[in-house]
Design a binder for this molecule. Structure first.
Ligand SMILES: [Zn+2]
Length: 292
């Protein structure tokens, strides 16, 4: 296994079997070790949470929200939101990654989005909906800060900086959802499988991570047999190794050549989002997001 800090396209999360919790603790006061999350209420205002929206807020705005922030662990494969359920909270991931999954009437499913520490769950709720449209499933061990939806709706009303940050994140979500719609409709299972494995590898910041064919088929919206065949072809080509419920990326270049254009497109969207310069005087210097 190998961490690839310099080759990461997506916000880093902690793979449950592979990643160093110490490195996460260095990045965020809300590392997977939830004992550290008590620091949210006691931390100095200049200390970043690890979530890019929260860390881009003005100090006085963050101080107003601080007492409402509840640390929450993100547990691999846990459902943190279910389609049709009333939305009561939003969650700002500080590490980890959450898959947004759409369910059909016959029980099929397909991943339509990803939320990491650049964003927040419950976007529909912030935009006025009372119930969730999607299942939200944790893709890797991490942590976040939960807030009551009503509190954040009030913040949207009174805080134009927060409103700009949320609208900007909404544009990222729309862009990636559009790309995934193209991917799901136009690209082969083999290409999508390679694309998803690359994204997952980026998310956990490791080349070795747990995944079952069943879960991968759920994310790609295809039959398990189709995923097994695609994974077998990638393995035969020397791009990956699949053993005992774990994937190892053996040849990243080969895997990238096997993926569709969507991997590069989504990675570029994330990179632009994360790299944009802040126009607000946020709290955390280099970790600020643009509020454009
Ligand atoms: Zn694609």
């Amino acid at each position: 296994m190998g961490a690839r800090e310099n080759n990461r396209a997506f916000p880093s999360i902690q793979g449950d079997a592979v990643a160093s919790r110490a490195s996460a603790a260095n990045r965020s006061i809300c590392a997977p070790d939830m004992r550290r999350c008590g620091g949210v209420t006691g931390a100095g205002a200049a200390q970043p949470t690890g979530n890019r929206i929260l860390d881009a807020l003005q100090p006085q705005d963050f101080e107003r929200l601080r007492r409402h922030l509840e640390p929450q662990a993100l547990v691999l494969r846990e459902e943190i939101e279910r389609a049709g359920e009333e939305l009561r909270h939003v969650l700002f991931p500080t590490s980890g990654m959450v898959s947004v999954v759409h369910l059909t009437d016959d029980g099929a499913s397909v991943e339509v989005g990803l939320i990491g520490n650049e964003g927040v769950t419950g976007l529909f709720g912030l935009l006025g909906a009372d119930r969730s449209m999607h299942e939200l499933i944790v893709q890797g061990t991490g942590a976040g800060l939960r807030v009551e939806l009503g509190v954040m709706r009030e913040e949207l009303e009174v805080n134009p900086d927060f409103r700009r940050l949320i609208f900007r994140f909404a544009r990222l979500v729309i862009a990636n959802t559009s790309q995934l719609a193209v991917c799901n409709g136009r690209h082969s299972v083999d290409e999508r499988c390679a694309r998803w494995l690359l994204m997952a590898s980026d998310c956990v910041n490791a080349s070795h991570f747990p995944i079952t064919h069943e879960f991968l088929s759920m994310m790609l919206g295809v039959r398990r047999q189709g995923v097994s065949v695609a994974a077998a072809r990638l393995q035969k080509a020397g791009a990956i190794q699949y053993r005992h419920g774990h994937i190892t990326v053996l040849d990243r270049g080969r895997l990238e050549r096997g993926a569709c254009e969507c991997y590069r497109a989504i990675a570029a969207t994330f990179a632009r989002f994360r790299g944009a310069k802040d126009v607000q005087a946020g709290r955390t210097g280099g970790q600020r997001l643009s509020a454009r």
